[in-house]
Design a protein around this ligand. Sequence first.
Ligand code: RFL
Ligand code: PHB
Length: 393
Amino acid sequence: MSLATDVVIIGAGPAGTLLSHALHQAGIASVVVERASRDHVLGRVRAGVLEWGTVEYLRRLGLGERMDREGHVHGGPAIAWGGRDVLTIDIHKYVGSNFMSYGQTMIQEDLYLAADRRGAEIFFEASDVELHDVTSARPSVTFSRDGERQRVEADFVVGCDGFHGVSRLTVPASVLRTYEKEYPFGWLGILSETPPLEDVVYAHHERGFALASRRNPMLSRYYVQCPLTDSVDDWPDDRFWPELLTRLGPSVAAGVVTGPSIEKSIAPLRSFVAEPMRYGNLFLAGDAAHIVPPTGAKGLNLAVSDVYYLARGFAAHYADGDDHYLDGYSDMALRRVWGAVRFSWWLTTLLHRFPDQTDFDLRAQEAELDYLASSPNAQAAMAEQYAGLPFED
Ligand code: RFL
Ligand code: PHB
């Protein structure tokens, strides 16, 4: 089978499906090719925190109805350390915006339901996806499905296929520059059907980092830092809960309701940036181009801002033949990416226990946290970055 469209998108995660939704609203046709099944994508438990710019963009695209009903608005995240009362970084006071807890799984469901309603072409379970002629005026993508080789021809290809995808590998090594930092620990995350804390709480503790978050009024999400060599079998619930409560500290722990975990997984932490985010008529967006450690809650939000810039660029191209946004895409997106990479690295470094850390390093972290607590200027800087840097005009 052979198809023709305007834009072929590789990957039906949040970046790919949001882009196809935004393009449709601008009257631009797209086809999405996804390696996994729909249920597999929906089963991945990931992000939970949306910047206000993300919330407003989703609303503008008509995707805000369930989010506004079921999402939980916060005025700022809290930080716990040293057995003292938590410090709340008042985003509302310093930046005038909020952030929202609303799970990536729910956004993905909303996106697939919207795709069903408009009869979007998403080819799930596509294997051996290959990109061809991306520097030509008519690139194409081929893949196998139901035992048949298929081909989609388009004006542009957008790689939204995540960190392990194929799109980035199409850019020749002589063109692509990559920057990478691996952290020597992971996050063990669990979901439990228990009422969550009111706030998102980040904890610094000499035994390691911990985080309390939420999905809905009866679904909590908790994380503890763990060695990369650990597997989920090393963390039965009766080990996880006491460890979490110790790290959160007595005042936060007092509000935690424990219960059986219904999901448990370990994610490594990594910073990665690939430059440029365009090669010929191939564009990269989301995790395909950059990864941040989850500490700053930025990964999904960066995928959304990439899509915002890219959808605007394609709209100008198809409506007016104006390519200045597409030509500026890589530089503009990378400015925001590096801002978030720096912030995520800073917060990760401040809050985690590193294996080679000395007592000096630990005391320096505590001194920085004390400074943060005492300085409205430092809190304003953190608030501005946690809230999310603005989208450029
Ligand atoms: P995804 O979600 O990885 O989707 C890529 C899709 O491409 C498909 N694919 C292919 N398709 C065709 N051919 C191929 N060869 C393919 N290879 C791969 C994959 O099957 C998949 O469906 O990338 P996308 O769309 O760029 O979205 C990025 C986000 O998923 C990611 O940045 C966030 O989840 C990161 N993240 C967080 N971000 C936030 O903004 N706030 C958070 O609170 C937050 N918490 C987190 C996180 C990520 C975590 N993990 C597990 C890494 C918490 C965790 C624990
Ligand atoms: C989550 O709810 O999964 C979450 C929240 C904040 C983070 C990372 C993950 O920084």
